[in-house]
Design a protein around this ligand. Structure first.
Ligand SMILES: Nc1nc2c(c(=O)[nH]1)N[C@H]1C(S)=C(S)[C@@H](COP(=O)(O)O)O[C@H]1N2
Ligand SMILES: [Mo]
Length: 206
């Protein structure tokens, strides 16, 4: 009872658009710029060979071409994003498809509990399936009304705004559904397995 009462009050404050300070997770500062953070070179992915797949614990894997994928039901998303290097960018505007709508295209094996997001270039990041559902996450191909720049993950990237931004895989090419939780690129280098900015889950052990 107490938990529920406290968390309702907290969400109410955090969503008040008039008070930006309350939207800043602990230890973060607001940036107006849009820093680029990439662990390696920017992959060049031509749209005519680009594909997005769902594999692993699904009844039948699925593969979309660029044309098929961008024809899925899509919408604008206005979200705040927080990088573990301590910048937060408020009210970023993206266009893309929810993970709910992407995952509705497959029959998920009930054993599936985790997802590895896989990117062109080899980057991976792991997430609990529950962090991707209920309109919490999307795959975007536009930023600020323009095609997503390659440096920021274009042709398309995952965006999971309620977790630190390393979970938002740039150049995403697919999702692998799994029973076990396999650490991704940064997670296996000492970053937190889940990365909730409101709990300051920066490094493993936080
Ligand atoms: N494929 C891929 N995705 C990635 C990364 C990366 O190196 N490769 N870096 C992550 C990190 S640490 C951050 S903070 C954000 C940065 O996204 P940006 O360059 O658009 O700001 O992308 C995340 N997604
Ligand atoms: Mo990051």
């Amino acid at each position: 009872m107490t938990d529920r009462f406290v968390s309702r009050g907290f969400v109410g404050r955090a969503r008040d658009p008039g008070d930006k300070a309350d939207r800043l997770p602990p230890g973060q500062y607001v940036t107006e710029g849009f820093p680029v953070l990439s662990a390696g070179p920017t992959p060049q992915v031509p749209l005519d060979t680009w594909e997005f797949t769902i594999t692993g614990l699904v009844k039948a894997p699925i593969r979309w071409s660029w044309k098929e994928f961008t024809a899925l039901a899509s919408r604008d998303w206005t979200v705040d994003i927080s990088c573990v290097t301590k910048w937060t960018k408020l009210d970023t505007v993206w266009h893309g498809v929810s993970l709910d709508d992407i995952l509705a295209a497959v029959e998920i094996d009930p054993r599936a509990r985790f997802v590895t997001a896989q990117s062109y270039g080899g980057y991976t990041t792991n997430l609990p399936l529950t962090d991707l559902l209920n309109n919490q996450a999307f795959v975007a191909w536009e930023y600020g009304g323009e095609p997503l720049e390659p440096a920021h993950g274009g042709p398309a990237r995952l965006v999971v705004p309620h977790l630190y931004f390393w979970k938002s895989a740039k150049w995403v090419r697919g999702l692998q559904l799994r029973e076990d939780d396999e650490p991704g690129f940064w997670e296996s280098l000492g970053y937190h397995n889940r990365g909730d900015p409101w709990r300051e889950e920066r490094y493993s052990g936080d």
